[in-house]
Design a protein around this ligand. Structure first.
Ligand code: LAC
Length: 223
């Protein structure tokens, strides 16, 4: 039985697709492209920050990536549209299966944690918005480490803050690159594959694959 569970946040707990809906309501027919480019650039800029060693916080990166995405989608990003999209990012809803899965897990005494590219302020804001304070300890934002996943440092920092060893901790993420990073650091990886995508990342396959968080409590008991 696992003793701790660490979660990625965006796309795993926090429903990033809400950004697509808001973008589409602002720019009919362009929202999907804006959303996709925004998310891609966000990660590209984060990884550039880590690889160059020139740290930029994730909120700055998120805003810069939005500027790029709007230009690429050929839409005029007014000040109010920018504020609306960034505010939506801060207040994303969680996926409908999150609370239902977390409640029994927290109730059974497991340590639940978050390790994210987001800053701690961004994460706290979204956690508060969803009334999930008290579920996660620690919540580790990238501004604490100043290095982005999937570099080893964030996962090592997580390991130091957990009472369980990485081998007794499930690391749950929707992203293949995050599965790879957590696996290298010795966590038991769970790929949350909500959309039934193929696994093609060379090398590190996840230890487990689930289609929704409802599958998590039985997995915790089995592992
Ligand atoms: C996270 C995103 C990038 O780290 O999934 O929360």
């Amino acid at each position: 039985m696992a003793s701790a569970i660490a979660f990625d946040s965006y796309g795993t707990l926090f429903q990033t697709e809400r950004l697509r809906q808001v973008a589409e309501s602002l720019y009919p027919g362009r929202g999907d492209e804006l959303f996709r480019t925004w998310r891609e650039k966000q990660l590209e800029y984060a990884w550039a920050s880590t690889l160059t060693g020139a740290y930029h916080d994730f909120w700055t990166i998120t805003a810069a990536a939005l500027t790029y995405a709007a230009a690429k989608a050929n839409v005029h990003l007014t000040g109010s549209a920018r504020r609306r999209l960034l505010q939506t990012h801060l207040t994303l809803p969680v996926y409908p299966d999150v609370r239902k899965a977390l409640t029994p897990l927290a109730g059974s005494g497991l340590q639940l944690a978050i390790l994210s590219e987001g800053t701690l302020t961004m994460l706290r804001c979204t956690i508060r918005q969803n009334d999930l304070q008290g579920y996660f300890d620690p919540v580790i934002g990238s501004d604490e480490i100043r290095t982005y996943k999937p570099a080893a440092q964030p996962y090592q920092a997580l390991a130091l803050r957990l009472t369980a060893a990485p081998a007794d901790t499930l690391f749950v993420t929707a992203h293949a690159w995050d599965v790879a990073g957590a696996g290298v650091s010795g966590f038991r990886t769970v790929w949350l594959n909500r959309h039934g995508e193929p696994w093609t990342l060379p090398g590190a396959a996840p230890d487990s694959e689930i289609r929704g968080l409802a599958e998590l409590p039985p997995l915790v008991r089995a592992r």
